[in-house]
Write a protein that binds this ligand. Structure first.
Ligand code: GCO
Ligand code: MG
Length: 408
């Protein structure tokens, strides 16, 4: 089965998405997600200029060989642009293999290990009443696990909090709100560290001990600050504390781990299994936050999870709206098949996005399922996609009170 075409489709229905569509000589097509939020066009060029010409004529069945060929023959390995491009090829080939076999991809990965994937949603609020409303709203939508992000007194704009204070408004970065230069937000770690434990105490008092609660530190703390936060959150029994320190320095987690039993999750900006090597082996984390899209696709995601299984480390794949419905489907198939599934992040895509990408997954009673259509279960309506041209859109960034740039 030969690859005869590979097209890169850029569309911005609610936000920018980059999708690779591979076509074979027997007419099968497969989709892969190559979206890299804020740096989309770099991946488009990597694919169009350097990958697509190499794909034509290759055997579409040889997924592992194609992955190794793209990874090793470039010589310049790793990095988000390279790995998002390879991920798109990998997903598209799994999609094609599933269609050729007449089976959903999770069947090719060993079949379902569970009935559905527990998903968590993003509740947020500038104040406690807003936060409580947002948690209730998520519970009404069916979520059984909830990420809690909160405003901090004295800070005007902060990661994870919806721009509008209207109840039910969800946190996201749609292109319309973003534009051609990163907006500036403010940050003060000491104020954050004082405030967050009081919020989790209030949430536990209001919602009881059962509800799994998660929190994202978004890379902002030093190791000792993260250790302090983990310790102060122990009474509130978090499901996880995510990205408590910047991910570049993996040794930081050793220090955090020595001080707290709050479970730790990291890795949404990691690109390869090597980034997790010592974190898993030394049991410094509890959850792998990789996303199929930024990690080279289904093939390496499966590999890192098999490695993690030996250390009882589970999955918590990254599922914000900047992972497209194709990338989300890809990791749902992996999550359903592996034994060491933990939880799946699920931010709902916007209505326009759902018109461009027709999907077969379901979300019922807090659980996701990728569906049983052959392949990944996602189609792309090219005409609909064409209605939404690319819009330049950058993520915000942070400055401290004295003007120093800080991690966002
Ligand atoms: C998460 C992430 C996202 C990122 C976003 C950047 O935990 O879902 O931290 O909210 O900020 O993916 O593009
Ligand atoms: Mg995160």
């Amino acid at each position: 089965m030969e690859i005869v075409a590979a097209d890169v489709i850029v569309t911005s229905p609610n936000r920018n998405f980059v999708t690779l569509k591979i076509t074979t000589d027997d007419g099968l097509t497969g989709l892969g997600d190559a979206t890299l939020n804020g740096r989309e066009l770099a991946v488009v060029s990597y694919l169009r200029d350097h990958v697509v010409p190499l794909l034509i004529g290759r055997d579409a069945h040889r997924i592992e060989d194609t992955w190794q060929f793209l990874y090793r023959s470039a010589y310049w390995r790793r990095g988000p642009v390279t790995m998002a491009a390879i991920a798109a090829v990998d997903m598209a080939l799994w999609d094609i293999k599933g269609k050729a076999a007449g089976m959903p991809v999770y069947q090719l990965l060993g079949g379902a290990s569970r009935n559905g994937l527990m998903a968590y949603g993003h509740a947020s609020g500038k104040s406690l009443p807003e936060l409580f409303d947002s948690i209730r709203d998520h519970q009404e939508q069916g979520y059984r696990s909830i990420r809690v992000q909160t405003g901090v007194p004295g800070l005007t704009a902060i990661y994870g909090i919806a721009a509008q204070s209207t109840s039910g408004e969800r946190y996201d970065h749609e292109p319309a709100q973003r534009g051609g230069y990163p907006t500036e937000e403010d940050w003060d770690t000491r104020a954050y560290l004082r405030h967050v434990p009081t919020v989790f105490e209030a949430v536990r008092n209001e919602f009881g001990p059962e509800l799994p609660l998660l929190h994202d530190g978004h890379h902002r703390m030093t190791p000792i600050q993260a250790a302090t936060l983990g310790k102060s959150l122990e009474p509130y029994d978090l499901f996880w504390l995510e990205d408590c320190t910047p991910a570049e320095n993996q040794e930081a987690l050793r220090l955090v781990r020595q001080h707290t039993t709050t479970p730790l999750a990291i890795g949404e900006i990691f690109n390869t299994v090597w980034d997790f090597q010592s974190l898993i082996k030394e049991q410094l984390i509890d959850y792998v936050r990789a996303a199929s899209t930024h990690f080279g696709g289904i093939t390496p995601l499966r590999k890192v999870m098999d490695y993690a299984a030996q250390y009882q480390v589970k999955s918590g794949f990254h599922g914000p709206t900047d992972v497209s419905p194709v990338g989300l489907a890809a990791q749902m198939h992996v999550g359903l098949a592996i034994h060491n599934f933990g939880i799946q992040e699920y931010m709902k895509h916007g209505a326009h996005t759902n018109r461009v990408f027709q999907q077969s997954f379901t979300f019922e009673d807090g659980y996701l399922h990728p569906g049983d259509r052959p392949g990944l279960g996602v189609d792309l309506d090219v005409d609909e996609a064409g209605k939404y041209p690319y819009e330049v859109a950058y993520l915000p960034y942070n400055r401290l009170a004295d003007g120093t740039v800080h991690d966002w």
